[in-house]
Design a protein around this ligand. Sequence first.
Ligand code: DC
Length: 231
Amino acid sequence: MAKRIVVAIDGPAGAGKSTIAQRLAARLGFTYIDTGAMYRAVALWAMRAGIEFTEMHRLEQLAAAAQISFRPGGGGVLLNGEDITEVIRDPRMSEAASKVSTVPGVRRELVEKQRAMASATSVVMEGRDIGTVVFPNADVKVFLDADSKIRAERRICDLKLRGGSVDAATVAREIEDRDQRDRGRSTAPLMQAPDAVYIDTSGLTLEQVEEEILKVVRQRISNGKEPHTLE
Ligand code: DC
């Protein structure tokens, strides 16, 4: 059987993970998995069901029951058959997902689903704990970071593109709060794996970041060849 490859991309909000991970997956012919969307999906379901963030057991049950799937080629995310791609991008959902993600039982259930998704195919998986917890033996680990001002600017651009009304100071504060929560939680906090390659994307173009990571991919898994030629 062909070797399955895991490319793990972690980092804080606004570091460029989603865009880069999608491009890489397309380039390599791997499946793209956005684990943040999975926490957002559970948060959405909890909000609709009127479950409080303090009801840890009920949240864990939701995470276990949630059927989450991704359309191929970064084409969106489904929760129990419903397309929730757009609705989970609301800034309120970012905060809700960050809160839900502090619940250990929710993490346990979603990590299990993430591992199952990578059991049949090579993946580029992005999140906060992919290289540390979900796949500590990932073939390639990258930690993407950027200056907090730049991360806030990117998020503001994103929100404007989606047509939302944007208050720059509020967005910057929300990003900071979320980072603190994601880094400070006791279960699987956001941190760089010791063997991850650190890339500061602040002054780099998308193409430069992509090339940088492809270089690492080539070094680690394919002796210089394009990885999908191995499969
Ligand atoms: O990547 P994102 O902004 O869509 O993630 C939303 C929240 O989900 C984020 O604030 C923290 C949480 N998350 C997590 O705890 N672990 C992951 N692997 C991915 C996301």
